[in-house]
Design a binder for this molecule. Structure first.
Ligand SMILES: [Zn+2]
Ligand SMILES: [Zn+2]
Length: 170
């Protein structure tokens, strides 16, 4: 994702569509498709880069084990400056100083990947309401109840069921 800043005028837009692996919280690589738009605004020897990212990360639901696309929409901005020091109005983490000798091509990919990683979910769920699979027969409970009966149902409901039964018997 090279930005050719040397030939860019006052304002320029760069667009990228790329697929690359990103590291998930379980230290595994997962595929990510991203569309990135970066707008560069040049003022003298500094460039303000404002980026928009739309990405889909292919994950496997930890409850039902089905693959699904996790959508990420995020933004970033940073300032590149050639030669001189940092202006004091800018926070350090969003500022990159380029040396005089450095090429004008700037690879935005590490910034994009970082912005995506921040948005990655801690838990992979296809939906908050995902029912998961039956521990008894392995059926996908999102597609309806399986034939296992109540015995192998979600143990979290057991105390409630007991309570209802007691209520009935009164
Ligand atoms: Zn699921
Ligand atoms: Zn079952």
């Amino acid at each position: 994702m090279e930005l050719d800043l040397g030939h860019s005028g006052g304002r320029e837009t760069f667009s990228f569509k790329e697929e690359f692996p990103v590291r998930g919280p379980e230290e595994e690589d997962v595929p990510c498709r991203a569309s990135v738009t970066v707008e560069s605004t040049r003022t003298g020897s500094s460039y303000l880069l404002e980026g928009e990212i739309e990405a889909a990360v292919r994950l496997e639901c930890s409850r039902c084990l089905k693959a699904f696309d996790f959508k990420i929409i995020t933004e970033f901005s940073l300032v590149l400056q050639r030669g001189r020091g940092m202006p004091d109005t800018i926070e350090e983490e969003d500022f990159i100083l380029l040396s005089e000798a450095q090429e004008y091509d700037f690879d935005i990919f590490p910034v994009v990947r970082e912005a995506i990683l921040i948005e990655m979910p801690i838990k992979y769920l296809c939906a908050e309401s995902c029912m998961g699979i039956c521990p008894g027969c392995g059926a996908d409970l999102n597609e309806g109840a399986c034939g296992c009966g109540e015995e192998t149902g979600d143990p979290r409901w057991d105390s409630l069921k007991k309570l209802l039964k007691e209520e009935e018997e009164k």
